[in-house]
Design a protein around this ligand. Sequence first.
Ligand code: KG4
Ligand code: ZN
Length: 351
Amino acid sequence: MLVLGIETSCDETAAAIVADDRTILADVVLSQLDDHRPYGGIVPEIAARSHLDHVDRLIGQAMTRAGLTFDQLDAVAATGGPGLIGGVMVGVMAGKAIALAAGKPFLAVNHLEGHALTARLTHDVAFPYLLLLASGGHCQLLAVLGVGHYRRLGTTIDDAAGEAFDKVAKMVGLGYPGGPQVQEWAARGDGDRFQLPRPMKGKPGCDFSFSGIKNAVRLLVEGLEKPLSDRDKADVCAGFQKAAAESIADRTRRAIELMQAQWPETSHLVVAGGVAANKALRASLEQLAGRAGMTFLAPPLNLCTDNAAMIAWAGLERFRLGQTDRLDFAPRPRWPLDPTAPKAKGAGIKA
Ligand code: KG4
Ligand code: ZN
């Protein structure tokens, strides 16, 4: 079984072909980072236009690399949301057009489900497992119980984790995206020089919050002599990273307890999203999982960040359960994986 996946919900245009034996036959990703960098963040209109400029070429590239024609596909999957709606529309239209012209079934995939099921593509992990998804657009803890079956244990009540890294980077004068640079500077700094809050730490539930640390960093930076010395920059980055990682670890520890109480057969803690690249965070999550008798699993970074292989795979998992979508599927800017979870408020929240 062969499925083409298309991803256009954020700032990566991507196409991939995945087989049901978990082989990735092609996986191409075009990052729009250079288009957005001058603005210090993603500009939705620029993202949508850039997807439109490149998506057909990338799909062609993926098909050529896989050595396939559209006739040989079993289904076409495109991200149907949640995400920046202009981009989602571009990918959905491309997917529908190929499905219609080639007479193949179409699947509109929830982007979050793509992240959630990646561990099954890379490591064949059995349900149920716990997923921490932390990127520029999302910060959630999900009980992954089955295809289409999720419980959201926690989500951010304000910014996404990556957004906080990016904003702190901007405050101390580092470029975009900030996460990797904050990590680099933090490695040279003293994480205990400045006292920063650990938002939500010890609070009931598993929700996240990053606006408190972000504002504390803003006040702290305002009080420091300008231009910031390298010492100050490194110590601010180290302090922030330590606070953010502790806060995320605290929330994840609670989610592990919840998962183990409700689904004792849970064996894996899986991470996804760009923030999962953070070494300090990884180390503390690995420790947490080990202490709870669980295996820590981080898929390779190119499959943790936005890509189309995860969309093809999620489409494939749904397709082999007999699920497909109609060609009148309407793209969804918001699309929670757990319909029973209360609606989250806040700018950085997708679903
Ligand atoms: O998953 P991703 O590539 O794209 C989406 O947001 O969907 O995640 C990008 C985010 C950015 O906010 C970036 O600053 C953050 O992940 N990030 C990191 C690191 N590498 C990337 N944050 C902390 N530490 C890192 N090493
Ligand atoms: Zn994503």
